[in-house]
Design a binder for this molecule. Sequence first.
Ligand code: S3P
Length: 171
Amino acid sequence: MKDNIILIGFMGAGKTSVGQELSSRYGKMLVDTDCLIEEKAGMSISRIFADKGEAYFRQLETGVLTDLLERAGSTVISVGGGLPMREENRAILRELGEVIYLQVKPETVLERLKGDTTRPLLQGDHVEQKVKDLMDLRGPVYEEAAHRIVRVDKRSLKEIAEEIYGSGGQE
Ligand code: S3P
C-alpha cells in the first residue's frame, strides 16, 4: 500500500477544501481526480456529462485513478463522489493509501450546494430527494471502502485536518 491520503465522500462533503487544508498545513501535494479528468478531456465535468454521458465520465475516472498508481506517494488525493461506487476503483483506492471517508449530513450538503450548477447529478427539481436517494445508496459503500470515517458537519477545516493527521495519519 502506498502512503497517500485519499479523501472520499458525498458531493459537498468538503473533499477539495479539506484536501487544500491538509496540503497547505502539512505541505503535501494535492491531486483531485475531477481536475485530472477535466485536464485530460479538455472540458468541464458538466460538458463531459452533457456531451458524452455519465458512463464515459466513469471510464475516465477509472483511467485517472489507475494512472495515480504510477505516481510517487505522500500526496493528498481527493476523488469525485461517485468514484468509489465501482468495485474496481475501491480496490485501487485502498492500494493508493489510507482512505478517509468524510461523512456529511444531507442538510449540510443542501446548504453548501444551494445554487450549484457544476454537479450534473444534482440539477433540476427534487434536489433534496436526489441527495437523500444517492446518499442512501452510497453511504454503505463509502463505509466499506474507507479505513477511517471523519465527520465533517459543523466542524472547521482546521479541526478536520487535525483529526486526520492527529490519529494515525502520516506526517
Ligand atoms: C459526482 C461528484 C462530483 C463529480 C461529478 C460526479 C458524483 O465530484 O465527480 O459531478 O457522482 O457524486 P465532487 O464529489 O467533488 O462534487
